[in-house]
Design a binder for this molecule. Structure first.
Ligand SMILES: [Mg+2]
Length: 365
């Protein structure tokens, strides 16, 4: 029987309203009231449907990249060609080595993994060598509360009350971390994502101020994020573990991070770095070298499921990043719910579950 080939590729932008129980946080300079993503639907010549996800905060550019650049190079190619996304990345390299083009390829790559699992009748974790665990812990990744200590205490209490036992803030002050630590108690793992808060000259002093809060890690304290030497200086001077990787331009950046000795926790993003293929490679290389992979995953569709499959199969146990908010519609809530801070790894063939048509009816752009 001939190998299945790609018959069609569709990019579907979604904007799902969310509530984080406070005024809208800023994202890219604007108030953010929806979580935006691009789902990628790949259909084989035999009619099997696979789903991927591309980083969609700039959804119109990503949809154009899929429709105009990626899809014409992929249609007609074999689904089992694991080199295809990498070949497309090379063909499109002069459009930019990061950003919308690579985000678009990420969506294709994830959909191809979903298809390969479905065609083989196994979960993607089996294709990755087999799951090492049947459930993964999720950590509550709080959105921004802009240093509002009362809000931070309230939301930390709320997350702990729902059963989460690890907390991450998106804040930039030591006072915010101290408030969260006081609310959570001494034993709850606490992380702070500063979203590239400081220039190198300011960073050592700023990060050292977080010392009393006993963080599991501080995330992206340096602007620009690819200044790995500056991050190494912060790590050595403060003794606080670092996390970085969601803004990496491509997979090779992770080898450069290791060479710079700047990072304890690497954070490749399935929907930004080129898909599940580079995520898995980065993860296995990082963990073989002694760092822990804690993928970036504040998204909710097939990229989230791909991340769960990786967390189930990888060497080191680590928690899943779960954006802590109420979504108007949770795409995976029906088959991969979080209960008391944990979720069962979906074991259906492929990534573990398809988006419901209702999602598109209500939230398609
Ligand atoms: Mg982050």
């Amino acid at each position: 029987m001939p190998a299945p080939t790609i018959a069609s590729i569709d990019a579907i932008a979604l904007r799902i309203p969310f509530d984080h129980w406070a005024p809208a946080p800023l994202f890219a300079g604007r108030p953010r009231t929806t979580l935006d993503t691009v789902l990628v639907r790949v259909v084989t010549d035999g009619g099997v449907v696979g789903w991927g996800e591309a980083y969609g905060s700039f959804w119109s550019a990503v949809v154009a990249a899929i429709d105009e650049w990626v899809a014409p190079l992929a249609v007609g190619r074999r689904v089992d060609d694991v080199d295809l996304p990498g070949q497309i990345e090379r063909t499109l390299h002069n459009l930019g080595r990061a950003g919308a083009t690579v985000h678009a390829i990420s969506g294709l790559d994830i959909a191809l993994w979903d298809l390969r699992g479905k065609l083989a009748g196994v979960p993607v974790s089996t294709l990755l060598g087999g799951r090492r665990r049947d459930r993964v812990e999720a950590y509550a990744s709080l959105l921004q509360y802009n240093g509002d200590l009362a809000q931070i205490r309230r939301i930390v209490d709320r997350a702990l009350g729902e059963g989460f036992s690890q907390i991450k803030l998106h804040e930039r002050t030591a006072a915010a971390a101290a408030a969260a630590r006081a609310a959570a108690g001494p034993d709850v793992p606490l992380m702070v994502d500063t979203n590239c808060a400081w220039l190198p000259a300011q960073a050592v002093e700023a990060v050292a101020a977080f010392g009393p809060s006993n963080l599991l890690w501080i995330e992206e304290p340096i602007w620009p994020p690819e200044d790995f030497c500056a991050l190494a200086t912060v790590r050595a001077a403060t003794g606080i573990a670092t996390a970085i990787g969601e803004n990496a331009g491509n997979a090779l950046d992770f080898a450069k991070m290791r060479a710079a000795n700047c990072v304890d926790y690497v954070q490749p993003s399935a929907i930004k770095i080129g898909g599940l293929t580079p995520l898995w490679r980065i993860c296995t290389e990082a963990e073989a070298a002694g760092t822990t992979c804690v993928p970036h995953s504040p998204f909710f569709g097939p990229g989230y499921l791909a991340t769960i499959q990786v967390l189930a199969a990888k060497d080191r146990e680590s928690a899943l990043e779960r954006f802590y908010c109420d979504l108007a519609y949770d795409p995976c809530g029906a088959f991969a719910p979080i209960e008391c801070g944990y979720l069962q790894v979906p074991d259906r063939p492929g990534l573990g579950g398809d988006p419901d048509p209702d999602l598109f009816a209500r939230f398609r752009v």
